[in-house]
Design a binder for this molecule. Structure first.
Ligand code: NAP
Length: 531
């Protein structure tokens, strides 16, 4: 059976683009299928006002090309979405990627043809494409979810999901707007919509510990220094626990005096972003007592910012430990509640009962609005994969195989699905890391693996069951050492009714994970069956 391509990559976001580049360099005939009309993935779909990355600009991007690093200029410490999309479009142009990408090409199914030892990929338009290797670059946060609220379809006005934002700018000027959700996305949307809207209602079920972003325009001297130190920056990020190029302090929040602790927290807060989490104390996600000190610090910051004491109390989380849900970075979120046109609706006191043609009805009243923004997140980590009909050996579907939760080896492959790879898949560091660092690591590892297979005349590769069992157990063990499993969050699948509960990403550290993957490769792909 002749092959149309050596490899098919699903998705032309940051990971699919990088994988294309690497597989092309390795001499493979590659095709990327992308549902959207352009490159960019997350940055293509999430065009909502206020969208920006939560990694500092200088560490959000590809590190593989010194020329690209030298020539690209970010404008802000945390640059906004339009700039990130421009960056990825620039990369696509610069490396001539588009010629191998087919847009408006949503993959519906991928079935392994055992007799031929190849994959048959079926698109929405019904066309079929045969390849040896299948690489999923669908992204861990790309299957948007809507809340299960009665009457959701009854609302007569425009409703938007932040993860499917229209390409045309949306104006909220003079409008009454409802935002459902208070996660990392809502925290970005609210301050921007508050500036335009006549009235903004923020519907909060769970308050979050939002960290100060401290965004600012980039100073040319700082940019020069960063550019002169890129090698060290990336080396640090690659060896780190979470993929950020921060200094690490191995110290407990409980080992210093309260005054010293306060000083260190203030310092981390002033630097901004995840420095507060990763660059202050090393036991915040492991030790509840240490965690309590950080939680109280953030609550005090919220109380100091929000003028209305009752609103501040509602915004200050008390029902889960700090950072056991993904802490959002805020750029004016708490200040927004000091505006006259912004109202916080506490869904614990007055739950949403239904949506109506005119707005949102809670237990005590109807909020009449012109538009609704659903900032309600994603079926994370597995949703984009299991929504496709992927079938491996013997017609086994990925959905069935993962019915009790994902089972992978290194988060990059799964037994029963030969020659299939996942970039930033479940049980890899993925969303618990600075994504570009993990994307490049997987892109490199997969490209090297395929080169090895071709050089050694190997036709198929898949993890052994034993290796997979070992990895699944290891991922669970790493999770159990932290406080993360204690809290309901999308990190553990709790936002999707019926989804098996477990920590979906690997929290053993980006650096150690890389070492493990490298060792596996160096040992002739130990834990994989080569055929
Ligand atoms: P999310 O964190 O899952 O937040 C969804 C929000 O919707 C939560 O506040 C949730 O409340 C609420 N919600 C869900 N169903 C509801 C219902 N029926 N009624 C009322 N509220 C409901 O989703 P997200 O904010 O889109 O963020 C997802 C992830 O994307 C982030 O954690 C982050 O990793 C990533 N992200 C990254 C960036 C960045 O890097 N710049 C920006 C945005 C997002 P509960 O908490 O009570 O469930």
């Amino acid at each position: 059976m002749s092959l149309d391509y050596d490899a098919i990559i699903i998705g032309a976001g940051m990971s699919g683009m990088y994988q294309l580049l690497r597989l092309r360099e390795a001499g493979l005939r590659v095709r990327v299928f992308e549902a959207g009309t352009g490159v960019g993935g997350t940055w293509y779909w999430n065009r909502y006002p206020g969208a920006r990355f939560d990694s500092e600009s200088y560490s959000y991007g590809y590190s593989f090309s010194k020329d690209l690093l030298d020539e690209w200029q970010w404008s802000q410490h945390f640059s906004p979405q339009p700039e990130t999309l421009r960056y990825l479009e620039h990369v696509a142009d610069r490396f001539d990627l588009r010629r191998d990408i087919r847009f408006r090409a949503r993959v519906r199914a991928a079935h392994y043809d055992q007799a031929a030892g190849s994959w048959v990929v079926r698109l929405e338009d019904g066309s079929r494409h045969r390849c040896r290797y299948l690489v999923s670059a669908v992204g861990p946060l790309s299957a948007p979810t809507y809340p299960r609220i009665d009457g959701r379809e009854d609302f007569a006005g425009p409703a938007y999901h932040t993860g499917l934002w229209p390409k045309q700018p949306v104006s909220f000027a003079g409008k009454r707007v409802a935002v459902i959700g208070t996660g990392a996305t809502a925290v970005q949307v609210v301050p921007e919509v508050a500036k335009q809207a006549d009235q903004l209602y923020v519907f909060q079920r769970t308050a979050n510990y939002d960290l100060a972003g401290q965004n600012h325009p980039l100073d040319p001297a700082y940019v020069r220094e960063v550019k002169a130190n890129y090698k060290e920056i990336w080396d640090t990020a690659r060896a780190s626990a979470f993929g950020f190029p921060y200094g690490v302090h191995e110290r407990s929040a409980l080992a210093v005096s309260p005054e010293e602790r306060q000083r260190i927290y203030e310092e981390g807060w002033a630097v901004g972003g995840f420095h507060f989490l990763f660059d202050t104390f090393s036991d915040l996600i492991f030790d509840k007592e240490a965690n309590d000190t950080a939680a109280e610090f953030v609550r005090a910051k919220i109380r100091a910012t929000v003028h209305d004491a009752d609103v501040a109390e509602l915004l200050a989380p008390k029902d889960h430990p700090f950072s056991t849900k993904r802490p959002p970075l805020e750029h004016g979120y708490y200040e927004a509640f000091n505006r006259d046109n912004v109202t916080l609706v506490d869904l614990h006191r007055t739950p949403i009962q239904t949506m109506t043609a005119h707005g949102v009805r809670t237990a005590d009243r109807e909020y009449a609005v012109d538009s609704i923004i659903f900032a309600t997140g994603f079926d994370a980590m597995t949703g984009a994969l299991t929504r496709m009909d992927i079938r491996g050996r013997g017609g086994l579907s990925l959905q069935a195989k993962w019915a009790d939760g994902p089972r992978t080896y290194l988060g990059v492959a799964t037994h029963g699905f030969p020659n299939m790879f996942m970039i930033t898949g479940p049980q890899s560091p993925s969303v618990l890391s600075n994504m570009p660092v993990s994307i490049e690591q997987h892109g490199d590892w997969i490209a090297d693996c395929l080169s090895y297979l071709r050089a050694h005349g190997v036709k198929s590769i898949e993890p052994t069951l034993a290796a997979e069992d070992g990895w699944v157990a290891h991922v669970a063990e790493a999770a159990a050492a932290t406080l993360l499993p204690l809290t309901d969050s999308w990190w553990v699948g709790a936002n999707i009714p019926g989804k098996p509960r477990q920590l979906y990403a690997y929290i053993g550290g980006v650096g150690p994970y890389r070492t493990r993957c490298d060792e596996v490769a160096a040992n002739g792909y130990e834990g994989f069956a080569l055929g």
